[in-house]
Design a protein around this ligand. Sequence first.
Ligand SMILES: [Zn+2]
Length: 112
Amino acid sequence: MQLVARREALAEDLRQATVQLINDESVYTDSVDQAAAETDKTLTLQMKNRDRNVLWQIDEALKRLNDGSFGDCERCGESISEGRIEAFPFTTLCIDCKAELESEEHRFPGRM
Ligand SMILES: [Zn+2]
């Protein structure tokens, strides 16, 4: 019951974050001189890439909310702790798997 309410609240947060990202578009279109415009363009491109990544994460999180797998670790299937979800709403790994993957990556650099 509590978990359902949490998921609802999170889904709402994600929807609002999406709306904010879409509305933010207009902020970056106002450029004055050429140098500033060039800098803006670079910044805008960087922002766009980041936004796309965030939107993708939101999308994935919403999908997981819809199919009920949100909050489960995609590696071991255990529930991800609430504290971790709160700190990293888009995470798909529990803290143990995350730590394990990171140490594996450390042992074999460049491989997942
Ligand atoms: Zn796990």
